[in-house]
Design a protein around this ligand. Sequence first.
Ligand code: FAD
Ligand code: AMP
Length: 478
Amino acid sequence: MSQKFDVVVIGAGPGGYVAAIRAAQLGLKTACVEKWVDDKGATILGGTCLNVGCIPSKALLDSTHKYHMTHGEFEAHGIKTGKVTMDVPAMIARKDQIVKNLTGGITGLFKANGVTLLSGKGKVLAGKQVEVTKADGSTEVVDAENIIIAAGSVPVNIPPAPLTDGLIVDNEGALQITKTPKRLGVIGAGVIGLEMGSIWARLGSEVTVLEAMEEFLPFADKDVAKESQKILGKQGLDIKLGARVTGTEVKGKAVKVQYTDANGEQEITVDTLIVAVGRRPYTEGLLAGDCGVELDERGFISVDGQCRTSVPGVYAIGDVVRGPMLAHKASEEGIMVADIIHGHKAQMNYDCIPGIIYTHPELAWVGKSEQQLKAEGVKYKVGKFPFAASGRAMASHDTEGFVKLIACEETDRILGCHIVGGLAGELIAQAVIAMEFGSSAEDLQLTVFAHPTVSEAVHEAALACDGHAIHVANRKKR
Ligand code: FAD
Ligand code: AMP
């Protein structure tokens, strides 16, 4: 007789494992199917995020930022160092250990919460059944009262740049580079491309980023994009906009990259090429033809605002559905769906999902950008405060960037916040909480922020919305 579960989750990334834990916490008999195994056949939990995404990239960004600080930054504090070198294999090993600890932690959480792990590839069958194909080829069919699909995404490959053994790599290969390339090429100036470029530029690579679009970070607030482009350029990232890669040629241990820009056909030669042109939903072998789950025109699983697919009782969350491809979005959808299955009226605020790019300084935002509000014809006011005017930022020698807060001209409600700054990724949570609680700029103005902290810049930006910032001249004409 086949096993029967209240909930079967397919995929153990930040969407799936969080959904499984929440469902189990709510008393639902829960299984999670995961196909990823290591070379010893052990199941790997944590998905893209923990294994080849958020966590390993941040580990390398942190290591290289610390290294970079010894080159110039320390001197500003009066710290003299001898010759500082980077042991790249040791840096990669530290990253691998962090990944191992975290993924192992999920195994522990599954056990502690009573989630049954089914190792193998899951396929949704008609009649709310899931077929699990194990590594040895054998199959098991389980019955599910509810199914949560959390199959995630995989990197997009482009024909002009086929992956080639350590020379042309995607985000997975990029996290395993063990020797600093003298010349690094990156295709795509998106979130992943900029983070990867930053890592190696800090270690001394000459980095060229080729981006097909004319505009830098078109999805970010224009002030954030402008400031970031300027700063990354100063850091040595040669970002070529309007540069579409058309071909590559591997010559010995080098890669020739052909691209076209406004001046016609161009070519550069690099030692390593990272392809970071985006990710696509992963649905290969996931849905039986008659299971009834529909895809949209871009290949994502179609869902409503509460992640219901076209089949009652079957939900889909995370990168495999519409919306930003972000780990926290996937996790929150997982919690929402588990709660809905348990009978709660759960929902998620898609207008309040923060985005962060972990360059240095970091870029972080939530809500609407100025250009979006303009296009929508909303009357808004802007308060901006530069970290150069923050005592704490000066004390830390981390004064690049600003906090930009946007509030509704008529209601004073906060509509968006956009930050460039060393701690932008942490500071943005203040704006997220404020927006989630429906705060006005005045609410933040009346809140006491500790001194001296970089958080005061959020307070000052709120004051600046009405021309009342204290530590920068910003009086508005009345
Ligand atoms: P995934 O994490 O992709 O997990 C899906 C899981 O499902 C995988 O384990 C897969 O093996 C499994 N699976 C798929 N199909 C099946 C099947 N049929 N049967 C069984 N198992 C299956 N996001 C952030 O929020 N912050 C960041 O800083 C950040 N940095 C990133 C850096 C990089 C280099 C990359 C590549 C991504 C980054 N992301 C970041 C994005 C983030 O990793 C994803 O948004 C997130 O992992 C999506 O979670 P998910 O659970 O939907 O899918
Ligand atoms: P993201 O989706 O944020 O990871 O960004 C991927 C980026 O890669 C986008 O900005 C695309 O415009 C860019 N891109 C896609 N194809 C090419 C190409 N052939 N040459 C250069 N850039 C590309």
